[in-house]
Design a protein around this ligand. Structure first.
Ligand SMILES: Nc1ncnc2c1ncn2[C@@H]1O[C@H](COP(=O)(O)OP(=O)(O)OP(=O)(O)O)[C@@H](O)[C@H]1O
Length: 397
């Protein structure tokens, strides 16, 4: 960040410090209601304000006051305020927890408070997948999850989405991985800034035939994200609803790794049709898979299947196959948990290289494309099967 940006940041904080929250009669800054303040090039200011309760005329008026006050600051070209609410009050934050995410940004506009309403809605045991896909125009919403980080969840999401599009489906990806949003990089779209339509909804960025929206387009991903769980969930909830997805056959959701509170809230609140779990074959990852499956069961989200990534490596020089992370562990776990096993993907340097270059490997004809297509076909078929059960597994080498 440049000195100018630092000065501007301080000027914004100074202005917010003198704005008093009408309910608590405390300064927004002092009551730790400002999160994720960020200044983008050209004086674009974005931040989150935590409010209590859902949308209200008071919240609207507070937002207007904030926007007007900040836009008066010399050097500010655009102000975007996200109003979020959740059940925990800012005052109950442990003092060790930072109130702000330095450098993090968020350019979405005006929360609708649905996070609060949703937080009170229990996951219905009786809900069917169809009932839970409530995003208008979106036929199915599938979470790609991994209980462990770095197992290739985003790579699988990107390639699966393109494989589904190659099979003729309209596909989108919502990247909610706040800890490392990699979809913009994998689609070569990280420099593009999403625009808004007349209703203020974000227009997804289309790349390689996929509509993408990512927290990475909205945030400074070089800055550490230290948002608290409820704020993350609220921001993601807003991302889901405030994007003009249009008509989609499948919206894949790249989720943050883990099975903590954030992931549980997401599984409860997102109108998921089902979840696909990605794992590597080793035992330590598989223990996490069990936790992930349990989490989705708890929220009555059908687990459509498990994909084993980085299953083996074929050395092109020696022609030897090495099972670097062990052999067949995810398949065994799938069998033990009575969950469809969707297939295994080897370690292929092209998958990594193409991801880094912004062109998913599945775009090139060859074995990688074949593997992802087979998995995509099973997932598509599983959407029509009762209870989200996949058809018998197709074996490929
Ligand atoms: N089958 C594969 N072959 C080769 N490289 C792979 C494969 N799958 C993933 N990778 C590479 O491994 C790294 C981690 O993958 P990726 O970012 O998709 O994982 P992730 O589970 O989404 O990570 P995170 O937990 O950080 O979100 C990336 O560099 C990616 O290109």
């Amino acid at each position: 960040m440049t000195n100018t940006n630092s000065d501007l940041k301080q000027a914004v904080l100074d202005v917010l410090d003198v704005i008093i929250h009408p309910d608590t009669a405390k300064s927004l800054v002092k009551s730790q209601r400002v999160q994720g303040l960020s200044i983008q090039n050209g004086g674009q200011v974005g931040f989150i304000i935590e409010i209590d309760g859902g949308p209200s005329p008071q919240a609207d008026s507070l937002q207007k006051t904030i926007e007007e006050a900040v836009s008066q600051i010399n050097g500010v070209s655009k102000v975007t305020v996200v109003m979020t609410s959740h059940s925990e009050t800012p005052q109950s934050r442990p003092s060790s927890q930072p109130a702000m995410a330095p450098g993090a940004t968020h350019r979405m506009q005006k929360g609708d408070g649905t996070a609060t309403k949703d937080a009170k809605r229990p996951a219905k045991a009786s809900s069917t997948p169809a009932e839970r896909t409530s995003l208008p125009g979106v036929n199915a919403m599938i979470a790609i999850a991994s209980a462990k980080g770095g197992v290739g969840k985003s790579s699988v999401t990107a390639n699966l989405a393109v494989a589904c599009a190659q099979l003729g489906l309209k596909v989108g990806i919502l990247d909610t991985d706040v800890y490392g949003p990699s979809i913009p990089t994998m689609f070569g779209s990280s420099e593009i800034e999403p625009q808004q339509n007349k209703e203020g909804k974000l227009i997804p960025i289309e790349a390689h035939g996929i509509k993408t929206m990512s927290i990475g387009y909205l945030a400074d991903t070089d800055a550490p994200m230290i948002w608290r769980g409820p704020v993350v969930v609220s921001a993601i909830n807003q991302m889901m609803k405030d994007v003009e997805w249009g008509n989609l056959d499948i919206l894949f959701v790249d989720t943050p790794p883990g099975t903590g509170d954030i992931q549980l809230s997401l599984a409860q609140r997102a109108p998921l049709t089902g979840a696909v779990i990605v794992s590597t074959p080793q035992e330590i990852a598989l223990a996490d898979v069990r936790r992930g499956v349990a989490m989705f069961h708890k929220t009555h989200t059908p687990v459509l299947g498990i994909i084993e990534n980085m299953a083996w490596f074929d050395d092109p020089v020696s022609n030897n196959r090495t099972y670097i992370f062990g052999e067949g562990g995810a398949k065994k776990t799938a069998e033990a948990l009575d969950i469809p096993f969707l297939g295994e993907l080897p370690i292929v340097p092209k998958i990594r290289k193409d991801a880094d270059n912004g062109t998913p490997a599945v775009l090139t004809n060859g074995p990688v494309q074949d593997s992802f297509r087979l998995i995509a076909e099973q997932i598509i078929a599983s959407l029509d099967a009762p209870q989200g059960k996949a058809p018998p597994r197709i074996i490929f080498e």
